[in-house]
Design a protein around this ligand. Structure first.
Ligand SMILES: [Fe+2]
Length: 343
């Protein structure tokens, strides 16, 4: 059997009218059948080798749940295109997958329209690990598309200090866009910005990725949109692994766009911590790396002057966008909401 042939279909980076779909098949040619009400059509996949296929979907309608299946396979899955009211779940650091199945069950129960992954889907960046991640994610990906940003473990040589000759080839095969993984998805009234910021020191205030972010935030401002940012490396922590956070770039850069940015969410550290910078009216920065396992770096060991609340709990986050307001909740893997606030 070809290595990736058993991978069930999953959808990446949906907007109001576009999405990418990937799936495994043993066949030489493989297609997906899509359904929108009574309308059905097939899309032929591009062969990515070793049993993995991809198709770019365009011309979709906003706010529609599309059903789809591999041609020749009965199982039907679905995803939703962007709409003005939606909810999304955010998970960080499945990594060794210890409690990730419980995190998946928690997210499925929240019935999101989109899932955002904050990186470190695997411990080591190889095909076996990504196949395992995708298999464990199936209950979620059966009804929910994914916006994934890369973490340091998703790069081939992930250890600190983050080496310059690193590559994201394996991440790109399964989850990435192959174009740098700086992703902007318009889910009006919000622009969802997925950043390739895998570790401390991989960005400077003037690096090309920071320039891209400024352009996105200016465009969001002109379009009357607000923005939510997602990346792997968080900005603040009260754990003693202060070498894993980077407060030198995003807090400063986002200060220029406090009227646009609703919140910034990072993973990397396996805790929950909500901060505000530069002060209480400032931007919420959330460290949320609790979808895999906790480790021996508890919160409230080092000073974080910007902290609002922190907890050593396995959890995921939910962002809910409604006409009456936007809220964020931290949900433990037993389903209990232990932090909730408005944006
Ligand atoms: Fe990490």
């Amino acid at each position: 059997m070809l290595p990736d042939a058993a991978i069930a279909p999953y959808v990446l980076r949906p907007t109001a009218d576009r999405a990418t779909i990937r799936w495994g098949s043993e066949a030489k040619e493989s297609a997906i059948e899509l359904r929108d009400g009574d309308a059905r059509w097939t899309v032929l996949g591009e062969d990515r080798g070793d049993g993995l296929f991809e198709a770019r979907l365009d011309g979709l309608r906003p706010g529609v749940r599309y059903h789809y299946r591999r041609v020749g396979v009965e199982e039907i899955r679905s995803f939703r295109t962007a709409s003005s009211e939606f909810s999304l779940v955010v998970f960080g650091d499945p990594q060794n997958h210890l409690h990730y199945p419980e995190a998946v069950a928690t997210m499925v129960a929240l019935q999101p329209d989109l899932a955002v992954g904050l990186g470190d889907y695997v411990g080591a960046s190889d095909g076996t690990s990504y196949r395992r991640f995708l298999h464990l994610s199936e209950p979620l990906l059966a009804t929910t598309a994914l916006l994934p940003v890369p973490g340091n473990h998703d790069y081939r040589r992930h250890s600190s200090p983050f080496p310059e000759e690193n590559d994201s080839e394996v991440f790109d095969r399964y989850l990435g866009d192959g174009k740098g993984n700086q992703v902007s998805l318009s889910w009006r009234p919000v622009r969802l910005l997925g950043l390739n910021y895998p570790d401390r020191g991989t960005w400077t205030l003037d690096c090309p990725r920071a320039q891209w972010l400024r352009t996105q935030l200016r465009e969001a401002r002109s379009a009357g949109q607000r923005a939510v940012l997602f990346q792997h490396c968080p900005c603040f922590t009260s754990t003693r692994i202060t070498w894993a956070v980077d407060d030198r770039v995003l807090p400063v850069l986002l200060g220029e766009f406090a009227d646009v940015v609703l919140a910034d969410l990072g993973g990397h550290i396996h805790t929950y911590e909500r901060s505000r910078y530069p002060d209480r009216p400032g931007v919420p920065f959330i460290t949320t790396g609790g979808a895999g396992e906790l480790y021996d770096y508890p919160v409230d060991v080092c000073p974080n002057p910007y902290q609002i609340v922190a907890a050593d709990r396995l959890h995921v986050c939910r962002l809910r966008v409604r006409a009456e307001g936007i809220t964020v909740a931290a949900v433990a893997l037993d389903g209990q909401t232990f932090d909730e606030f408005g944006l």
